[in-house]
Design a protein. Structure first.
Length: 369
């Protein structure tokens, strides 16, 4: 019975993996890596920093995809050998190890299968995520900081590079807003299903009465587009303010006015950066995000895709995508897919794969209808 169970599950994984490899087209990825490696080795590559960024980013993303695919294939091969040895020797310890690895591989391949559903125009790009506190006072700003940690922990679990670009601390607890970048293959396509209003219901640690408090935070996700650097932003279209970077509780973390806030006067878009070491670096990072936002806005206006790409995030009642209940029943529930977890502590520690996979499947089905 044990042998039959292993055999059926391995065959299913092999079949799913073959479909994934066909969709992701390994031979094409290998060819593109060779081409990009040749471009990356050119001595004059960094004469054009924007073009160099496109080459190096494209190369690293393709290499990561190939590494993941071939890594899964190697693990499948090793697992079959382990199962065979365990069954021949009737070794319970090896059988338990094989069972654990089989379950782990099923999760990895399921995530890869979900990735094949990411076929949007920008899905394979890096992502810039902005979290803003909404209604709810100190509870909302505290909730915004909890979400920031949640997403950074999720990225850490997966080995994805992150970079916090700006943090605006609240006068009391938590943060007013934060912006960070996730540089990984399909980061935008993966995280874009997290965009919307998140709702927290709990007994407030900030109130004098032992009452339930509801608070909100908005999550916005945009793709980081290299071609956005081609968007011209005249100096007279922006206002640049510089100020001193600050930490929690107003503590100064930089003795110079290195933080930068750029306001695009025509659209009202505001981008702030304070986590780089110099004003020049903060301004360059802010301009890149501003150019991305302007490019997206331009394309949204042309194609009427604003709701699909960024949406209108109000961070209050009526626009929630997920609720987090931390009183009585311990529950996190996605209101679009119905996916839920009774372990909110694990969710806030970055265990988001189930929610994200369900969101991607839900979106894929919605688009097909």
């Amino acid at each position: 019975m044990l042998e039959l169970d292993f055999s059926a599950r391995i065959r299913a994984l092999r079949a799913t993996y073959a479909d994934i490899a066909a969709v992701m087209d390994l031979p094409r990825l290998d060819r593109e890596i060779v081409e990009l490696e040749a471009q990356a080795s050119a001595p004059n590559l960094w004469d054009d920093p924007a073009a160099a960024q496109v080459v190096t980013s494209g190369l690293s993303h393709r290499q990561a995809n190939v590494k993941r695919l071939r890594g899964v294939e190697a693990r499948l091969d090793d697992l079959e050998v382990l199962i065979e040895l365990a069954l021949e020797a009737e070794d319970e310890e090896s059988a338990a190890e094989a069972t654990a690895e089989l379950a782990a591989l099923e999760g990895v391949i399921q995530n890869l299968e979900v990735q094949t559903m990411l076929s949007g125009e920008y899905d394979e790009r890096a992502a810039v995520v902005t979290i803003r506190s909404g209604a709810g006072g100190d509870d909302a700003t505290d909730f915004a900081e909890m979400l920031l940690r949640m997403y950074l922990r999720w990225a850490e679990h997966h080995g994805y590079a992150t970079k916090v670009m700006d943090t605006s601390y609240a006068e009391g607890a938590g943060i007013k807003s934060a912006t960070f970048e996730v540089d990984a293959p399909y980061a935008f396509g993966t995280l874009s299903v997290e965009a919307g209003t998140h709702r927290l219901a709990r007994i407030s640690p900030f109130g004098s009465a032992d009452k339930r408090q509801t608070s909100f935070a908005g999550v916005e996700v945009i793709p980081l587009l290299e071609e956005a650097t081609a968007v011209e932003v005249p100096e007279n279209d922006i206002r640049v303010d510089v100020y001193r970077s600050s930490g929690p509780g107003g503590q100064s973390v930089n003795t110079t006015d290195s933080a930068v806030r750029i306001t695009h006067l025509r659209t009202g878009i505001v981008v702030s950066m304070q986590n780089e070491k110099s004003q020049i670096q903060n301004r360059a990072a802010a301009m890149r995000v501003l150019q991305t936002r302007l490019l997206l806005l331009q394309r949204e206006e042309e194609a009427a895709k604003k709701k699909e790409l960024a949406g209108s995030i109000t961070a209050s009642w009526g626009d929630q995508i997920r609720s987090y209940f931390l009183y009585g029943q311990q529950l996190v529930k996605d209101l679009r897919t119905g996916f839920e977890s009774t372990q909110p502590d694990a969710v806030f520690d970055g265990e988001l794969d189930g929610f994200i996979a369900a969101g991607i499947r839900w979106r894929s089905l919605s688009r097909a209808q």
